[in-house]
Design a protein around this ligand. Sequence first.
Ligand SMILES: NC(=O)c1ccc[n+]([C@@H]2O[C@H](COP(=O)([O-])OP(=O)(O)OC[C@H]3O[C@@H](n4cnc5c(N)ncnc54)[C@H](O)[C@@H]3O)[C@@H](O)[C@H]2O)c1
Length: 253
Amino acid sequence: MNFKNKVVLITGAGSGIGKTTALSFAAEGAKLVVADVNEKSGLSTVAEINQIEASEAIFVKCDVSNADEVANMVETAVLTYERIDIAVNNAGIGGLPQKTEDVDHASFDKIMSINSTGVFYCMQAEIRQMLKQEAGSIINTASIAGLRGLPSSLPYVASKHAVVGMTKTAAMEYARQNIRVNALCPVFTVTPLFNPDALDEFSAGLSEKLKQGIPMKRFSTPQEMADATLWLASDKASFVTGLALPVDGGITA
Ligand SMILES: NC(=O)c1ccc[n+]([C@@H]2O[C@H](COP(=O)([O-])OP(=O)(O)OC[C@H]3O[C@@H](n4cnc5c(N)ncnc54)[C@H](O)[C@@H]3O)[C@@H](O)[C@H]2O)c1
């Protein structure tokens, strides 16, 4: 897939799935807007991209749960590169495993504000720009937790179901304006957010139990998520919109 000179904005591009996705677009010739709340990791992604020939990147510090910072992110992208062809709303956080009766309200609100409200703020600002361009492709990073329940993860599951719902709604609203909106639904993918060793420290044997629940009997890699995202963003998926695509080793089959 060739993304030569396409402008790609990715939130949470300083780490994990977002970083691997940014590097994959860069390898195909895209211009990247790397957004993250963590300046150090975002700048390090930019430095890696600038090593890749025929690609370039800027960093924008942005907390996606802050509407003003999201507006500034989109404005900076357009001031620098004049348009946004592809937006990947990937920034997100997990939470400690807790049964519903124990979930504290502050952590519920925090997860919703980043994982759901953040995607709303980003999508809205991006769509306003894409309407001016009369084209665009948006990929929201949801999760298999946006498609099914996951015990001891109520806030995360609620936040990702909201992402799937917003994706489907916006896809229907803007299909006629040449703006496609899809969601990626990863299963457990080894990144700083999902660290099997840390899980086992929390509860011995937990990571193996999770792995055995996946028909392919392994966790995913960030590259597998990046590959699916590039396909969704590309012209190869030109008639695909409103899809919540599980990339999950068969767990939601
Ligand atoms: N890793 C998994 O197993 C898994 C599974 C399903 C879905 N996901 C989703 O994939 C996405 C990426 O996760 P990851 O595993 O790469 O995690 P990660 O922790 O490696 O990366 C997340 C990035 O988002 C940034 N971020 C966090 N809060 C932010 C905010 N408020 N504003 C801007 N940036 C912020 C972080 O600084 C970090 O760079 C998330 O939305 C996550 O929910 C991950």
